[in-house]
Every structure is written in structure tokens, then in C-alpha cells.
Ligand binder design. Structure first.
Ligand code: CAA
Length: 445
């Protein structure tokens, strides 16, 4: 059967950096450790005055196409996944294609374009669409460009303000890819929820604490559904497990639930039994509260074991590096978790070819999706060419007062003319409004 998967991947960070423990915590009157230790976040990336979801997405895509020498005619579809769209009719992919056509000789006339929505999950759904399109034999040898892009801003004063971020990822899905093969096996956990939503509004209405419970519940259902087709999962099956990462603390919670689930009835549970006992089984209890109390104390002891900590450090922690330094990128968040793991493996000289990822995506509203990916021999050459560290390093630091101005600048309800902090070079920029209220873009040499 044809191998289909991700051939290339590029990350584009917003150009500004806002230090959370140093700049945000003191103004909020909070202990900086809430950020560094609790949420697991050090900084957020923010868009400069000339950046938005189109510039970031187009810049990631341009870098990818330029580096891989891909002509527009070789691209058969462009899907943009975002929850920060500013247009209810014209998809963001058309703005991105228009921008890219300014710099390429060819055009995307015959590329099928769309916009995908299911909160942070939609990037993974767009990958799915590209995979299905190729497996259905409709791609005519062409690849699918999947772009995830968001300015993840919250209302000023909302608890979510601590987890903001801005950035984009471009992925090229092809037959016979260099980087990763996508498997067709998939698990879904989905329920009509009102944990986080934007009914005709720019900034989300969020029930933060509940959103965390909903994330874990849907992820658990997705894992059970995945196992119903792929068979039982075991912690040693996967070299890395990238999760949707609104903030690393959320992944810490998901990881320990996943580990507990995966070790049930395995030799790992048996080996740990002397130290912490076997995990409580729901069927052994008449009283649900008593069961929950016991499971919580088992989980607390489990996370202190060497077995868990070794697994977490090896399989989960390497996925968090970018997120710790940029905050939540919504649709891109699980995809930068994957890139973080690959960057770590490159640096640590780990041989990944043939190893597997288990990828856990999530979108509020709510749905989780779990699938498997196999890392291909070309991964090193591909990841070696990314410039994530340079981008993160080059960001301009803003203080709290400047953060307030940047937030206003990107608030669609406010009139604001902010002077950029950085000078664009070799990239697309937002260039004002057209006669039909459309946003316009230019490439700056
Ligand atoms: N030292 C160490 N840890 C500390 C600390 C300190 N001094 N102070 C606080 N902490 C810990 C807390 O104990 C807590 O950790 P636990 O949950 O493990 O107990 C953590 O730091 C955060 O502290 P709070 O719970 O007090 O933080 P908060 O009330 O300000 O809000 C939040 C946290 C609810 C996640 C909020 O940031 C929020 O609403 N975020 C947006 C919603 C979100 O991201 N939800 C995630 C799931 S939904 C999703 O994934 C979709 C999406 O992308 C939005």
C-alpha cells in the first residue's frame, strides 16, 4: 500500500516574546513559580503589529516550499486550520495562496482550498483530509499543504491570559514522504461541550477548570477507541507521545492518566505492585467516591515512581520544549510538540527511523483524536533544516506596558496604530485594508 504522510514541516513564531514569570506574574501579584512550575510556561510569543494568521501561515508555507523546491502547481490542496479566522466566508487559505502567488512564478489555480474548524483539533483533521485525498487517488501526484495558524489571545483579565501565544506550522503531505508515515488507524472521543467557545466573538468564553476535565475525558475515550482498532497500547510501544499542549501542566495530567491506562494488567503494573500496590479496579467498588479517592492516591504514588519518571522524561518531556517557550498556539500546538520531540532526538543523536509516535490531539467543544505515526529514515535531514531555535532566540522582548499595546493592536474592536517593534525581512506582512474590508498582504524583501 502507498505510504502517505508528512514530507516536510516548518514552524513560524510570532516575532515578540513576553516573559511570563518576569513580566506578567509580578503585575498579576502572582508567584512566578505558578508559571514555571505549575503551568510549565516561561514565555509567550506574540504577533508584531504587521503579523497575523495569514502572514504567519504564509511565511511558514513559503519557507517550506522554497526549501523543498515545490512549485505551486505541485500543490493540489491548501487547507488552513485556525480558530482565529477573521473572515466568515472567504477561507484563510485563499489569502495565503494569494500572498504566495506574489513570490512564486506559478499559481494555485487548480488547488482545492478550504478552512478547517474544530478548535485546536482542526490541524490534525486537515492532515486527515490530505491523507484521505491521497488514499482516494484524487491527488494526481500532487501534495497537500496543511497550515495551522493562530493568534491565541484571551480577553484581558481572563485566566487564560497566562497561556496565550501566536504562531503557525506548515506541513506538506505526500505519497512516499521523507519524515513521517501517517497510519489509518484512529481513535475518537467526542461530546457536545461548552468548555471553550467563540460564538461570534474574537476572544473565547472559557470555563478553564472544566476545560481541563473535558480534555482528559475526551482523550481517554479516544484512547479506548484507538485501542479497539489497534489493540492494547503499552508505554514501550511509542518513542514519543506528543499531545495537544495548551500549557505543559495540562500534558503532565494527561500523561499520567495515559500511563496508568497503558500499564494496567502488564508486567509494569506487577513490578510496581510491591511498591504502590495494584491499581484499583472500578468493578471492585460499590461506592464511586471511594473508588475515585483510591485511584487518586494510586496516581499520586505512581507519578513518584522511578518507572513513571523515567518514562515521562524519555517519552513526554521532550515534546514540551517549544510550548514552554511560546505558550498555546491552538491548532499548531500538537504539531510543535511533534517538532520538539524530533529536535530533541536530533540533538541527542537518537536513532528514530522505524520508531513510532502516538499523537493525541484535542479541540474544545469537544473532541480528542489519537493516531499513530511511523518515523521515516529521512527525518534527520528534514529536521536539521528547521530554524526554530534561531526564531525563538531572535524574538523581541516586550514588557507589560508593551504587551498591553500589542493586545490592543490585535483586538478587532479597538482602533490602534502600533509602531512595529521589529523590522520585517524576507517575509509577508499585513499591509492595510482593501475597499471591501479585505486584509491585504505584501512580501517585504
Ligand atoms: N508554585 C507551583 N505551582 C503553582 C503555584 C506555585 N506558586 N501556584 C499555582 N500553581 C499551580 C496550581 O496548583 C495549578 O496546578 P494543578 O492544576 O496541577 O494544581 C497550576 O499552577 C495553575 O494554577 P491555577 O489553577 O491556580 O491557575 P488559574 O486558575 O489561573 O488557571 C487555567 C489555569 C484554568 C488553565 C487557565 O490558564 C485557563 O483558563 N486557560 C485556558 C483554558 C485552557 O488552556 N484549558 C486547557 C484544556 S482546554 C484545551 O486544551 C483547548 C485549548 O487549547 C484552549
Amino acid at each position: 500500500m502507498t505510504k502517505v504522510g508528512i514530507d516536510a514541516i516548518e514552524v513560524w513564531s510570532g516575532k515578540l516574546r513576553f516573559d511570563l514569570p518576569e513580566e506578567f506574574a509580578p503585575v498579576k501579584g502572582e508567584d512566578p513559580a505558578k508559571y514555571t512550575k505549575g503551568l510549565g510556561l516561561f514565555a509567550s510569543s506574540f504577533p508584531d503589529a504587521y503579523e497575523d494568521i495569514v502572514t504567519m501561515g504564509a511565511n511558514a508555507a513559503y519557507r517550506l516550499m522554497d526549501r523543498k523546491d515545490i512549485a505551486p502547481e505541485e500543490v493540489g490542496r491548501i487547507d488552513v486550520a485556525t480558530e482565529s479566522s477573521f473572515d466568515k466566508s472567504k477561507p484563510i487559505s485563499t489569502y495565503v495562496a494569494g500572498a504566495l502567488e506574489q513570490v512564486f512564478d506559478g499559481n494555485f489555480t487548480h488547488a482545492n482550498k478550504g478552512e478547517r474548524k474544530f478548535a485546536c483539533l482542526s490541524g490534525t483533521q486537515a492532515l486527515d483530509d490530505a491523507l484521505n485525498w491521497i488514499l482516494a487517488g484524487r491527488n494526481r501526484g500532487r501534495g497537500g499543504l496543511v497550515i495551522t495558524t493562530d493568534t491565541a489571545l484571551y480577553e484581558r483579565g481572563d485566566a487564560g491570559e497566562a497561556t496565550q501565544g501566536a504562531g503557525a506550522v506548515a506541513m506538506y503531505v505526500t505519497e512516499d514522504p521523507d519524515l513521517l508515515e501517517l497510519s489509518s488507524t484512529q481513535g475518537i472521543g467526542s461530546l457536545d461541550e461548552t468548555d471553550f467557545l467563540k460564538p461570534n466573538q474574537q476572544f473565547p468564553s472559557v470555563d478553564g477548570k472544566r476545560s481541563m476535565q473535558v480534555y482528559l475525558a475526551r482523550m481517554r475515550e479516544a484512547l479506548e477507541d484507538f485501542e479497539s482498532v489497534a489493540g492494547r497500547t503499552h508505554p514501550d510501544d511509542y518513542r514519543f507521545i506528543p499531545f495537544h499542549t495548551p500549557f505543559p501542566g495540562m500534558v503532565r495530567k494527561a500523561a499520567r492518566l495515559g500511563f496508568r491506562h497503558m500499564i494496567r494488567d502488564t508486567e509494569i503494573e506487577e513490578e510496581l505492585a510491591d511498591e504502590i500496590g495494584r491499581q484499583p479496579r472500578e468493578e471492585d467498588y460499590d461506592d464511586r467516591d471511594a473508588y475515585e479517592e483510591d485511584i487518586l492516591s494510586y496516581m499520586e504514588e505512581l507519578t513518584e515512581t522511578e518507572a513513571y519518571q523515567e518514562w515521562y522524561d524519555r517519552v513526554i518531556d521532550p515534546t514540551l520544549y517549544i510550548s514552554e517557550n511560546v505558550g498555546n498556539w491552538y491548532t499548531s500546538s500538537v504539531h510543535i510538540a511533534r517538532v520538539s520531540a524530533l529536535m530533541h532526538a536530533l540533538e541527542a543523536d537518537i536513532d528514530l527511523a522505524g520508531e513510532k509516535f502516538l499523537v493525541g490531539s484535542y479541540g474544545s467543544g469537544a473532541q480528542a483524536e489519537i493516531h499513530e505515526e511511523t518515523i521515516l529514515p529521512g527525518w534527520k535531514d528534514e529536521i536539521r533544516q528547521n530554524n526554530v531555535d534561531e526564531q525563538l532566540e531572535a524574538r523581541h522582548d516586550i514588557d507589560f506596558g508593551e504587551y498591553e499595546l500589542v493586545h490592543d493592536q490585535h483586538n478587532l474592536k479597538k482602533e490602534s496604530e502600533l509602531e512595529p517593534f521589529t523590522t520585517p525581512e524576507g517575509e509577508f506582512v499585513f499591509d492595510g485594508w482593501g475597499p471591501m474590508n479585505e486584509r491585504k498582504y505584501t512580501y517585504v524583501e
